[in-house]
Design a protein around this ligand. Structure first.
Ligand SMILES: Nc1ncnc2c1ncn2[C@@H]1O[C@H](COP(=O)(O)OP(=O)(O)OP(=O)(O)O)[C@@H](O)[C@H]1O
Ligand SMILES: [Mg+2]
Length: 246
């Protein structure tokens, strides 16, 4: 479960709010898509959700734990794939996964089982012994994805996770997201790929200029906006000149 309560972020020296009064709840078992134009506030929101950034106002809860007052407990429940996986170049893939396994206190047997499963799924078994410095963009993304699952998190947060993945890896990622949900986990991801969001998500939220512009099931949004597709909803609600209701 994820809950944002009236969360605002204003970066230092910025006159505008990158995220402005966001209130949103995502239940366990949901596959939740977070969409919005470039600069809308998705990554900022995700950084607050994962405890990387502190909200200027408001509170963030992960499975009921307040990120601000008990960050260690909250972060333990989270698996996070940042955008543009920036990893430790000098480590090998295996060292990186073991580093994460150590950090989260994952037992040797669980670690081995999860590594084997996900390295195989993302076809990274042959590369995992090599240094990350020699990985392609997609290989880094895959490694970050595997690393985010090493402690079997309750809440899986991914920032544009399909970016850089080949079609097979992208397919496997989507299947894994569905499996995690089916197991009662919470999956929250941002994306610009609207047809993926439309097909995959139980619910989506659209953020625009830091504010929640729409939220609901695809069906409910289509009905409310008299739209045929998520793309149409997106284009209409983020159009310049579209008046947001105050
Ligand atoms: N470190 C920072 N310092 C100041 N302003 C920032 C910082 N990071 C982001 N911003 C600003 O906050 C706003 C939201 O940015 P954010 O990265 O959250 O958008 P986004 O929705 O993730 O966009 P994209 O789709 O391009 O990834 C933008 O106006 C951006 O310029
Ligand atoms: Mg972003």
């Amino acid at each position: 479960m994820i809950s944002f309560e009236n969360v605002t972020k204003q970066y230092l020296k910025s006159s505008v709010k990158a995220v402005d009064g966001l209130t949103l709840k995502v239940e366990a078992g949901e596959l939740f898509g977070f969409i919005g134009p470039n600069g809308a506030g998705k990554t900022t929101t995700i950084k607050m959700l994962t405890g990387i950034l502190r909200p200027t106002e408001g509170r963030v809860f992960v499975d009921g734990t307040d990120m601000a007052s008990d960050p260690i407990t909250a972060k333990r429940k989270l698996g996070f794939v940042p955008d543009g996986a920036d990893l430790f170049d000098r480590l090998t893939g295996m060292e990186y996964l073991n580093f994460l396994g150590d950090m989260y206190g994952v037992s040797a047997s669980d670690r081995k089982a999860r590594m084997e499963k996900y390295l195989d799924l993302f076809e990274l078994t042959d590369a995992v012994g090599g240094r990350i410095a020699g990985y392609s963009k997609g290989m880094r993304q895959k490694l970050a994805t595997i690393g985010s699952l090493i402690h079997d998190p309750d809440v899986w947060v991914l920032d544009e996770p399909m970016m850089g993945l080949d079609p097979k890896a992208s397919y496997e990622l989507k299947e894994e997201m569905k499996r995690q949900c089916a197991q009662g986990k919470t999956v929250f991801f941002s994306t610009h790929v609207l047809d993926v969001a439309e097909k995959l998500c139980t619910r989506v939220a659209l953020i625009h200029h830091g504010r929640l512009a729409a939220e609901g099931t695809i069906e409910a949004l289509k009905n409310a906006e008299h739209a045929e597709s998520l793309e149409q909803i997106f284009l209409e609600l983020t159009e310049d000149g579209h008046q947001e209701e105050e």
